[in-house]
Design a binder for this molecule. Structure first.
Ligand code: ADP
Length: 485
Protein backbone atom coordinates (compact mmCIF):
# COMPACT_ATOMS: atom_id res chain seq x y z
CA UNK A 1 0.00 0.00 0.00
CA UNK A 2 2.76 2.41 1.01
CA UNK A 3 4.60 2.07 -2.30
CA UNK A 4 1.41 2.67 -4.29
CA UNK A 5 0.81 5.78 -2.22
CA UNK A 6 4.36 6.87 -2.84
CA UNK A 7 3.82 6.86 -6.59
CA UNK A 8 0.70 9.00 -6.16
CA UNK A 9 2.89 11.75 -4.61
CA UNK A 10 0.73 11.77 -1.49
CA UNK A 11 3.18 10.04 0.81
CA UNK A 12 4.94 13.03 2.31
CA UNK A 13 7.32 12.80 5.24
CA UNK A 14 8.60 16.37 5.63
CA UNK A 15 6.90 19.32 7.28
CA UNK A 16 5.35 22.05 5.13
CA UNK A 17 6.62 25.55 5.89
CA UNK A 18 5.85 28.51 3.66
CA UNK A 19 5.02 26.22 0.73
CA UNK A 20 8.29 24.23 1.02
CA UNK A 21 8.59 20.63 2.14
CA UNK A 22 11.22 20.80 4.88
CA UNK A 23 13.25 18.49 7.10
CA UNK A 24 13.86 19.19 10.77
CA UNK A 25 16.86 21.50 11.29
CA UNK A 26 18.77 18.72 13.01
CA UNK A 27 17.60 16.09 10.52
CA UNK A 28 15.78 14.12 13.22
CA UNK A 29 12.87 11.87 12.29
CA UNK A 30 10.23 9.82 14.07
CA UNK A 31 8.67 6.57 12.93
CA UNK A 32 5.02 6.12 12.05
CA UNK A 33 3.64 2.61 12.68
CA UNK A 34 0.78 0.51 11.34
CA UNK A 35 -1.05 -0.54 14.52
CA UNK A 36 -2.45 -3.66 12.83
CA UNK A 37 0.98 -5.15 12.08
CA UNK A 38 3.40 -3.23 14.25
CA UNK A 39 5.43 -2.42 11.13
CA UNK A 40 6.95 0.97 10.58
CA UNK A 41 5.46 2.77 7.57
CA UNK A 42 7.54 5.92 7.33
CA UNK A 43 10.05 8.21 9.04
CA UNK A 44 8.72 11.74 9.28
CA UNK A 45 10.51 14.96 10.20
CA UNK A 46 10.69 15.47 13.96
CA UNK A 47 10.39 19.22 14.38
CA UNK A 48 10.38 21.53 17.38
CA UNK A 49 10.30 25.18 18.37
CA UNK A 50 12.55 26.59 15.63
CA UNK A 51 10.61 25.06 12.76
CA UNK A 52 7.36 26.13 14.41
CA UNK A 53 8.56 29.72 14.59
CA UNK A 54 9.40 29.54 10.87
CA UNK A 55 5.93 28.20 10.16
CA UNK A 56 4.35 30.99 12.21
CA UNK A 57 6.37 33.60 10.28
CA UNK A 58 5.30 32.05 6.99
CA UNK A 59 1.66 32.02 8.08
CA UNK A 60 1.92 35.62 9.29
CA UNK A 61 3.38 36.79 5.98
CA UNK A 62 0.79 34.85 3.98
CA UNK A 63 -1.98 36.28 6.15
CA UNK A 64 -1.38 39.77 4.76
CA UNK A 65 -2.44 38.77 1.26
CA UNK A 66 -4.77 35.84 2.04
CA UNK A 67 -6.93 37.94 4.35
CA UNK A 68 -7.35 40.46 1.53
CA UNK A 69 -8.58 37.97 -1.07
CA UNK A 70 -12.28 38.08 -1.80
CA UNK A 71 -14.60 35.54 -0.25
CA UNK A 72 -15.34 34.27 -3.76
CA UNK A 73 -11.63 33.64 -4.38
CA UNK A 74 -11.17 31.76 -1.11
CA UNK A 75 -14.31 29.80 -1.85
CA UNK A 76 -12.87 28.66 -5.20
CA UNK A 77 -9.60 27.53 -3.62
CA UNK A 78 -11.47 25.56 -0.97
CA UNK A 79 -13.77 24.00 -3.55
CA UNK A 80 -10.75 22.90 -5.59
CA UNK A 81 -9.19 21.41 -2.47
CA UNK A 82 -12.43 19.56 -1.73
CA UNK A 83 -12.54 18.19 -5.28
CA UNK A 84 -8.96 16.93 -4.97
CA UNK A 85 -9.64 15.29 -1.60
CA UNK A 86 -12.60 13.48 -3.12
CA UNK A 87 -10.67 12.54 -6.26
CA UNK A 88 -8.03 10.90 -4.02
CA UNK A 89 -10.55 9.33 -1.67
CA UNK A 90 -9.16 5.81 -2.08
CA UNK A 91 -5.52 6.71 -1.43
CA UNK A 92 -6.37 8.94 1.53
CA UNK A 93 -8.59 6.26 3.04
CA UNK A 94 -5.80 3.71 2.67
CA UNK A 95 -3.44 6.08 4.40
CA UNK A 96 -5.85 6.45 7.34
CA UNK A 97 -6.29 2.70 7.71
CA UNK A 98 -2.53 2.24 7.44
CA UNK A 99 -1.52 4.66 10.17
CA UNK A 100 -4.63 4.70 12.35
CA UNK A 101 -6.08 1.19 12.02
CA UNK A 102 -9.78 1.85 11.43
CA UNK A 103 -11.50 -0.28 8.78
CA UNK A 104 -11.21 0.86 5.18
CA UNK A 105 -14.97 1.39 5.08
CA UNK A 106 -14.76 3.73 8.06
CA UNK A 107 -11.77 5.49 6.50
CA UNK A 108 -13.78 6.14 3.33
CA UNK A 109 -16.51 7.48 5.61
CA UNK A 110 -13.97 9.79 7.23
CA UNK A 111 -12.86 11.17 3.86
CA UNK A 112 -16.47 11.98 2.92
CA UNK A 113 -17.08 13.53 6.33
CA UNK A 114 -13.71 15.29 6.53
CA UNK A 115 -13.78 16.66 2.99
CA UNK A 116 -17.35 17.79 3.71
CA UNK A 117 -15.98 20.45 6.06
CA UNK A 118 -13.92 21.89 3.21
CA UNK A 119 -16.91 21.87 0.86
CA UNK A 120 -19.17 23.45 3.49
CA UNK A 121 -16.53 26.10 4.27
CA UNK A 122 -16.20 26.91 0.57
CA UNK A 123 -19.91 27.66 0.52
CA UNK A 124 -20.04 29.43 3.88
CA UNK A 125 -17.06 31.68 2.97
CA UNK A 126 -19.47 33.73 0.89
CA UNK A 127 -21.90 34.28 3.74
CA UNK A 128 -19.79 36.06 6.37
CA UNK A 129 -22.21 38.97 6.71
CA UNK A 130 -21.77 42.05 8.87
CA UNK A 131 -24.54 44.23 10.33
CA UNK A 132 -25.84 47.76 10.16
CA UNK A 133 -27.17 48.95 13.50
CA UNK A 134 -29.82 51.70 13.77
CA UNK A 135 -27.90 54.62 15.29
CA UNK A 136 -28.93 56.18 18.62
CA UNK A 137 -27.90 59.64 17.29
CA UNK A 138 -29.12 61.02 13.99
CA UNK A 139 -25.68 62.09 12.71
CA UNK A 140 -24.09 58.70 13.21
CA UNK A 141 -23.94 55.44 11.27
CA UNK A 142 -23.05 52.18 13.06
CA UNK A 143 -21.61 49.10 11.35
CA UNK A 144 -20.38 45.69 12.38
CA UNK A 145 -17.59 44.16 10.29
CA UNK A 146 -16.45 40.56 10.64
CA UNK A 147 -12.75 40.08 10.05
CA UNK A 148 -10.42 37.08 10.23
CA UNK A 149 -8.82 36.56 13.63
CA UNK A 150 -5.30 36.07 12.18
CA UNK A 151 -2.81 33.21 12.30
CA UNK A 152 -4.32 30.05 13.78
CA UNK A 153 -2.49 27.21 15.54
CA UNK A 154 -4.42 23.95 15.03
CA UNK A 155 -3.44 20.94 17.15
CA UNK A 156 -5.17 17.66 16.32
CA UNK A 157 -5.38 14.06 17.58
CA UNK A 158 -4.91 10.68 15.89
CA UNK A 159 -8.45 9.27 15.96
CA UNK A 160 -9.67 11.19 12.88
CA UNK A 161 -6.43 12.04 11.05
CA UNK A 162 -8.23 14.00 8.30
CA UNK A 163 -11.52 15.24 9.73
CA UNK A 164 -10.11 16.87 12.88
CA UNK A 165 -7.91 18.97 10.61
CA UNK A 166 -10.45 19.91 7.95
CA UNK A 167 -13.09 20.98 10.48
CA UNK A 168 -10.57 23.55 11.75
CA UNK A 169 -8.70 24.53 8.61
CA UNK A 170 -11.83 24.77 6.40
CA UNK A 171 -13.55 27.56 8.33
CA UNK A 172 -10.21 29.22 9.21
CA UNK A 173 -9.26 29.59 5.54
CA UNK A 174 -12.80 30.52 4.56
CA UNK A 175 -12.71 33.43 7.01
CA UNK A 176 -9.30 34.62 5.73
CA UNK A 177 -7.04 33.13 8.42
CA UNK A 178 -3.83 31.22 7.77
CA UNK A 179 -2.85 28.14 9.77
CA UNK A 180 -0.02 26.21 11.37
CA UNK A 181 -1.22 22.64 11.79
CA UNK A 182 0.31 20.23 14.27
CA UNK A 183 -1.13 16.78 13.59
CA UNK A 184 -0.66 13.89 15.99
CA UNK A 185 2.76 12.26 15.67
CA UNK A 186 0.91 8.92 15.51
CA UNK A 187 -0.94 9.87 12.31
CA UNK A 188 0.90 12.64 10.45
CA UNK A 189 0.78 11.04 7.00
CA UNK A 190 -2.87 11.81 6.28
CA UNK A 191 -2.34 15.43 7.36
CA UNK A 192 0.67 15.76 5.07
CA UNK A 193 -1.23 14.21 2.14
CA UNK A 194 -4.10 16.65 2.68
CA UNK A 195 -1.57 19.52 2.81
CA UNK A 196 -0.03 18.33 -0.47
CA UNK A 197 -3.50 18.47 -2.05
CA UNK A 198 -3.97 22.01 -0.70
CA UNK A 199 -0.88 22.99 -2.69
CA UNK A 200 -2.21 21.23 -5.78
CA UNK A 201 -5.44 23.20 -5.29
CA UNK A 202 -3.39 26.37 -5.68
CA UNK A 203 -3.80 27.61 -2.12
CA UNK A 204 -0.88 30.07 -1.80
CA UNK A 205 2.35 29.19 0.01
CA UNK A 206 2.23 29.88 3.76
CA UNK A 207 -1.57 29.71 4.06
CA UNK A 208 -1.36 26.06 5.17
CA UNK A 209 1.72 24.97 7.15
CA UNK A 210 2.33 21.65 8.90
CA UNK A 211 4.87 20.91 11.63
CA UNK A 212 5.11 17.79 13.80
CA UNK A 213 7.53 16.17 16.20
CA UNK A 214 8.09 17.42 19.73
CA UNK A 215 4.49 18.24 20.75
CA UNK A 216 5.17 20.26 23.93
CA UNK A 217 7.87 22.30 22.19
CA UNK A 218 5.66 23.01 19.18
CA UNK A 219 2.76 23.83 21.49
CA UNK A 220 4.90 26.21 23.55
CA UNK A 221 6.08 28.07 20.44
CA UNK A 222 2.52 28.50 19.22
CA UNK A 223 1.44 29.72 22.65
CA UNK A 224 4.37 32.11 23.08
CA UNK A 225 3.95 33.84 19.73
CA UNK A 226 1.92 37.06 19.80
CA UNK A 227 1.39 36.55 16.05
CA UNK A 228 -0.71 33.44 16.68
CA UNK A 229 -4.13 34.85 17.54
CA UNK A 230 -6.07 31.66 17.96
CA UNK A 231 -5.49 28.13 19.22
CA UNK A 232 -7.90 25.44 18.11
CA UNK A 233 -7.40 22.03 19.66
CA UNK A 234 -8.96 18.59 19.72
CA UNK A 235 -7.55 16.09 22.19
CA UNK A 236 -7.33 15.22 25.84
CA UNK A 237 -8.80 17.43 28.55
CA UNK A 238 -5.42 17.60 30.30
CA UNK A 239 -3.59 19.02 27.28
CA UNK A 240 -6.55 21.29 26.47
CA UNK A 241 -6.34 22.86 29.93
CA UNK A 242 -2.60 23.47 29.44
CA UNK A 243 -3.22 25.16 26.10
CA UNK A 244 -5.99 27.30 27.58
CA UNK A 245 -3.73 28.39 30.44
CA UNK A 246 -0.86 29.00 28.04
CA UNK A 247 -3.06 31.13 25.80
CA UNK A 248 -3.67 33.56 28.65
CA UNK A 249 -0.21 35.15 28.33
CA UNK A 250 -1.00 36.53 24.86
CA UNK A 251 -4.81 36.43 25.30
CA UNK A 252 -5.50 34.21 22.33
CA UNK A 253 -8.93 33.14 21.24
CA UNK A 254 -9.34 29.45 22.12
CA UNK A 255 -11.51 26.62 20.83
CA UNK A 256 -11.28 23.26 22.57
CA UNK A 257 -12.82 19.88 21.78
CA UNK A 258 -11.87 17.73 24.75
CA UNK A 259 -12.80 14.41 26.27
CA UNK A 260 -16.33 13.14 26.65
CA UNK A 261 -18.14 10.66 28.87
CA UNK A 262 -21.19 10.06 26.71
CA UNK A 263 -24.28 8.57 28.32
CA UNK A 264 -26.46 6.38 26.15
CA UNK A 265 -29.85 6.09 27.87
CA UNK A 266 -32.15 3.25 26.86
CA UNK A 267 -35.69 3.57 28.22
CA UNK A 268 -38.20 0.74 28.64
CA UNK A 269 -40.28 2.31 25.88
CA UNK A 270 -37.44 2.21 23.32
CA UNK A 271 -37.57 0.17 20.12
CA UNK A 272 -35.13 -2.63 21.01
CA UNK A 273 -33.70 -3.02 17.49
CA UNK A 274 -33.19 0.72 17.06
CA UNK A 275 -31.57 0.97 20.51
CA UNK A 276 -29.18 -1.94 19.89
CA UNK A 277 -28.22 -0.74 16.43
CA UNK A 278 -27.75 2.84 17.63
CA UNK A 279 -25.76 1.80 20.70
CA UNK A 280 -23.55 -0.45 18.61
CA UNK A 281 -22.74 2.42 16.26
CA UNK A 282 -22.28 4.95 19.06
CA UNK A 283 -20.03 2.61 21.03
CA UNK A 284 -17.92 0.58 18.61
CA UNK A 285 -17.21 3.04 15.81
CA UNK A 286 -13.45 3.41 15.36
CA UNK A 287 -13.04 0.62 17.96
CA UNK A 288 -14.56 2.94 20.55
CA UNK A 289 -11.93 5.61 19.96
CA UNK A 290 -14.01 8.74 19.44
CA UNK A 291 -14.79 11.49 21.92
CA UNK A 292 -18.52 10.98 21.33
CA UNK A 293 -18.45 7.19 21.78
CA UNK A 294 -21.08 5.93 24.22
CA UNK A 295 -19.11 5.59 27.46
CA UNK A 296 -21.91 4.57 29.82
CA UNK A 297 -24.91 2.64 28.56
CA UNK A 298 -27.63 3.43 31.06
CA UNK A 299 -30.53 0.99 30.71
CA UNK A 300 -33.93 1.00 32.41
CA UNK A 301 -34.88 -1.95 34.60
CA UNK A 302 -37.71 -3.31 32.46
CA UNK A 303 -35.66 -3.67 29.26
CA UNK A 304 -32.24 -4.31 30.86
CA UNK A 305 -32.00 -8.12 30.41
CA UNK A 306 -33.45 -8.08 26.89
CA UNK A 307 -31.20 -5.24 25.84
CA UNK A 308 -28.06 -6.80 27.38
CA UNK A 309 -28.70 -10.08 25.56
CA UNK A 310 -29.45 -8.41 22.23
CA UNK A 311 -26.38 -6.17 22.49
CA UNK A 312 -24.17 -9.15 23.36
CA UNK A 313 -25.48 -11.08 20.32
CA UNK A 314 -24.87 -8.10 18.04
CA UNK A 315 -21.34 -7.55 19.37
CA UNK A 316 -20.60 -11.26 19.04
CA UNK A 317 -21.03 -10.87 15.26
CA UNK A 318 -18.41 -8.14 14.95
CA UNK A 319 -15.33 -9.40 13.14
CA UNK A 320 -12.01 -8.07 14.41
CA UNK A 321 -8.98 -7.79 12.17
CA UNK A 322 -6.74 -5.71 9.96
CA UNK A 323 -8.78 -2.78 8.64
CA UNK A 324 -7.78 -3.72 5.09
CA UNK A 325 -9.44 -7.18 5.31
CA UNK A 326 -12.94 -7.77 4.01
CA UNK A 327 -15.86 -7.89 6.45
CA UNK A 328 -13.84 -6.56 9.36
CA UNK A 329 -15.94 -4.39 11.69
CA UNK A 330 -13.22 -3.45 14.14
CA UNK A 331 -9.51 -2.77 13.78
CA UNK A 332 -6.79 -2.56 16.43
CA UNK A 333 -6.48 0.12 19.09
CA UNK A 334 -4.00 2.89 18.37
CA UNK A 335 -1.21 1.67 20.66
CA UNK A 336 -0.21 -0.42 23.66
CA UNK A 337 -1.01 2.38 26.12
CA UNK A 338 -4.61 2.40 24.86
CA UNK A 339 -4.94 -1.35 25.49
CA UNK A 340 -3.45 -1.04 28.96
CA UNK A 341 -5.93 1.70 29.85
CA UNK A 342 -8.84 -0.52 28.76
CA UNK A 343 -7.40 -3.44 30.76
CA UNK A 344 -7.04 -1.35 33.89
CA UNK A 345 -10.60 0.05 33.64
CA UNK A 346 -12.04 -3.45 33.22
CA UNK A 347 -9.94 -4.76 36.09
CA UNK A 348 -11.20 -1.94 38.34
CA UNK A 349 -14.84 -2.55 37.34
CA UNK A 350 -14.76 -6.33 37.80
CA UNK A 351 -12.97 -5.99 41.14
CA UNK A 352 -15.95 -3.87 42.27
CA UNK A 353 -18.64 -6.28 41.08
CA UNK A 354 -19.09 -5.73 37.33
CA UNK A 355 -19.51 -8.87 35.19
CA UNK A 356 -17.91 -9.49 31.80
CA UNK A 357 -20.65 -10.90 29.57
CA UNK A 358 -18.57 -10.85 26.39
CA UNK A 359 -14.89 -10.32 25.58
CA UNK A 360 -12.91 -8.65 28.33
CA UNK A 361 -9.46 -9.55 27.06
CA UNK A 362 -6.88 -8.98 24.35
CA UNK A 363 -7.74 -10.52 21.00
CA UNK A 364 -5.86 -13.62 19.82
CA UNK A 365 -4.63 -11.59 16.82
CA UNK A 366 -2.11 -9.98 19.17
CA UNK A 367 -0.62 -6.49 18.77
CA UNK A 368 -3.19 -3.97 20.02
CA UNK A 369 -6.29 -5.88 19.00
CA UNK A 370 -8.89 -6.11 21.77
CA UNK A 371 -12.05 -8.19 21.91
CA UNK A 372 -15.30 -6.22 21.58
CA UNK A 373 -16.56 -6.31 25.13
CA UNK A 374 -19.82 -5.96 27.03
CA UNK A 375 -19.83 -5.69 30.84
CA UNK A 376 -22.89 -5.53 33.05
CA UNK A 377 -23.63 -4.44 36.65
CA UNK A 378 -21.51 -1.34 36.28
CA UNK A 379 -22.14 1.51 38.70
CA UNK A 380 -21.32 5.19 38.79
CA UNK A 381 -18.46 4.78 41.30
CA UNK A 382 -16.34 2.59 39.07
CA UNK A 383 -13.52 4.28 37.15
CA UNK A 384 -15.04 3.09 33.88
CA UNK A 385 -18.04 5.37 34.56
CA UNK A 386 -15.88 8.36 35.41
CA UNK A 387 -13.15 8.15 32.76
CA UNK A 388 -13.27 8.05 29.01
CA UNK A 389 -12.74 4.40 27.98
CA UNK A 390 -11.62 5.08 24.38
CA UNK A 391 -11.86 1.40 23.56
CA UNK A 392 -14.35 -1.29 22.49
CA UNK A 393 -16.01 -1.78 25.86
CA UNK A 394 -19.75 -1.32 26.46
CA UNK A 395 -20.43 -0.85 30.22
CA UNK A 396 -24.09 -1.36 31.19
CA UNK A 397 -25.59 0.55 34.14
CA UNK A 398 -29.12 0.02 35.44
CA UNK A 399 -31.67 2.70 36.38
CA UNK A 400 -35.30 2.86 37.54
CA UNK A 401 -36.80 6.30 36.84
CA UNK A 402 -36.28 9.06 34.27
CA UNK A 403 -34.96 11.32 37.05
CA UNK A 404 -32.37 8.66 37.97
CA UNK A 405 -31.26 8.42 34.36
CA UNK A 406 -30.78 12.17 34.02
CA UNK A 407 -28.95 12.39 37.34
CA UNK A 408 -26.56 9.55 36.40
CA UNK A 409 -26.04 10.97 32.91
CA UNK A 410 -25.16 14.46 34.19
CA UNK A 411 -22.97 13.21 37.04
CA UNK A 412 -19.69 13.96 35.25
CA UNK A 413 -17.43 16.89 34.38
CA UNK A 414 -17.74 16.05 30.69
CA UNK A 415 -20.57 17.15 28.40
CA UNK A 416 -19.97 16.33 24.74
CA UNK A 417 -22.05 13.56 23.13
CA UNK A 418 -25.16 11.91 24.58
CA UNK A 419 -27.77 9.48 23.28
CA UNK A 420 -31.36 8.71 24.21
CA UNK A 421 -33.49 5.83 23.01
CA UNK A 422 -37.24 6.15 23.60
CA UNK A 423 -40.42 6.06 21.56
CA UNK A 424 -42.05 8.81 23.62
CA UNK A 425 -41.92 12.24 21.99
CA UNK A 426 -42.55 13.98 25.30
CA UNK A 427 -39.77 12.07 27.03
CA UNK A 428 -37.30 12.69 24.22
CA UNK A 429 -37.82 16.47 24.51
CA UNK A 430 -37.69 16.44 28.30
CA UNK A 431 -34.52 14.39 28.45
CA UNK A 432 -32.79 16.19 25.56
CA UNK A 433 -33.37 19.50 27.36
CA UNK A 434 -32.20 18.15 30.73
CA UNK A 435 -28.93 16.65 29.46
CA UNK A 436 -25.91 18.88 30.09
CA UNK A 437 -24.37 17.96 26.75
CA UNK A 438 -23.51 19.76 23.53
CA UNK A 439 -24.88 16.99 21.30
CA UNK A 440 -27.92 14.77 21.82
CA UNK A 441 -28.78 11.86 19.53
CA UNK A 442 -32.40 10.77 19.89
CA UNK A 443 -32.91 7.25 18.53
CA UNK A 444 -29.68 7.69 16.56
CA UNK A 445 -26.11 6.67 17.33
CA UNK A 446 -24.08 8.59 14.75
CA UNK A 447 -25.10 12.24 14.46
CA UNK A 448 -22.00 14.24 13.59
CA UNK A 449 -22.08 16.15 10.30
CA UNK A 450 -20.35 19.23 8.93
CA UNK A 451 -23.68 21.09 8.73
CA UNK A 452 -24.42 20.87 12.48
CA UNK A 453 -22.57 22.39 15.45
CA UNK A 454 -20.23 20.05 17.34
CA UNK A 455 -18.87 20.95 20.77
CA UNK A 456 -19.08 20.40 24.48
CA UNK A 457 -20.56 21.70 27.71
CA UNK A 458 -18.56 21.79 30.97
CA UNK A 459 -14.99 20.47 30.71
CA UNK A 460 -15.58 18.95 27.26
CA UNK A 461 -14.60 22.22 25.70
CA UNK A 462 -15.23 25.66 24.33
CA UNK A 463 -16.66 26.74 21.02
CA UNK A 464 -18.28 24.84 18.19
CA UNK A 465 -17.01 23.24 15.01
CA UNK A 466 -18.98 22.77 11.81
CA UNK A 467 -22.10 24.62 10.70
CA UNK A 468 -22.48 28.40 10.50
CA UNK A 469 -21.52 28.60 14.20
CA UNK A 470 -18.11 27.10 13.47
CA UNK A 471 -17.26 30.14 11.36
CA UNK A 472 -17.57 32.54 14.33
CA UNK A 473 -14.58 30.88 15.99
CA UNK A 474 -12.29 32.38 13.32
CA UNK A 475 -13.79 35.86 13.19
CA UNK A 476 -13.31 39.07 15.12
CA UNK A 477 -16.23 41.47 15.39
CA UNK A 478 -15.35 45.07 14.66
CA UNK A 479 -17.69 47.95 15.44
CA UNK A 480 -17.30 51.03 13.22
CA UNK A 481 -19.00 54.28 14.18
CA UNK A 482 -19.15 57.06 11.57
CA UNK A 483 -19.88 60.36 13.27
CA UNK A 484 -20.72 63.90 12.17
CA UNK A 485 -22.49 62.57 9.09
P1 ADP B 1 -4.81 11.89 22.75
O1 ADP B 1 -5.08 11.16 24.01
O2 ADP B 1 -5.96 12.02 21.83
O3 ADP B 1 -3.54 11.52 22.07
P2 ADP B 1 -3.51 14.35 23.43
O4 ADP B 1 -4.14 15.53 24.05
O5 ADP B 1 -2.36 13.73 24.11
O6 ADP B 1 -4.69 13.38 23.24
O7 ADP B 1 -3.04 14.67 21.95
C1 ADP B 1 -3.77 15.51 21.08
C2 ADP B 1 -2.78 16.39 20.34
O8 ADP B 1 -2.15 17.24 21.29
C3 ADP B 1 -1.67 15.63 19.63
O9 ADP B 1 -1.37 16.27 18.42
C4 ADP B 1 -0.53 15.75 20.61
O10 ADP B 1 0.73 15.63 19.99
C5 ADP B 1 -0.74 17.16 21.12
N1 ADP B 1 -0.08 17.47 22.38
C6 ADP B 1 0.22 16.66 23.42
N2 ADP B 1 0.83 17.35 24.40
C7 ADP B 1 0.93 18.62 23.99
C8 ADP B 1 1.46 19.84 24.54
N3 ADP B 1 2.00 19.87 25.74
N4 ADP B 1 1.36 20.98 23.80
C9 ADP B 1 0.80 20.97 22.60
N5 ADP B 1 0.29 19.88 22.03
C10 ADP B 1 0.35 18.72 22.70
Amino acid sequence: VASKLNSSGLLRTQGLIGGKWSDAYDGKTIKVYNPATGESIADVACMGGRETNDAISAAYTAYRSWSKTTAAERSKFLRKWYDLLMAHKEELAQLITLEQGKTLKESIGEINYGAGFIEFSAEEAKRVYGDIIPAPLSDRRLFVLKQPVGVVGAITPWNFPLAMITRKVGPALACGCTVVIKPSELTPLTALAAAELSIQAGIPAGVVNVVMGNAPEIGDSLLASPQVRKITFTGSTAVGKKLMAGSAETVKKVSLELGGNAPCIVFDDADLDVAVKGTLAAKFRNSGQTCVCANRIIVQDGIYEKFANALRDAVLNMKVGDGFSEDVAQGPLINEAAVQKVESLIHDATSKGAKVILGGKRHSLGFTFYEPTVISDVNIDMRISREEVFGPVAPLLRFKTEEDAIRIANDTNAGLGSYVFTNSIQRSWRVAEALEYGLVGVNEGVISTEVAPFGGFKQSGLGREGSKYGMDEYLEIKYVCMGNM
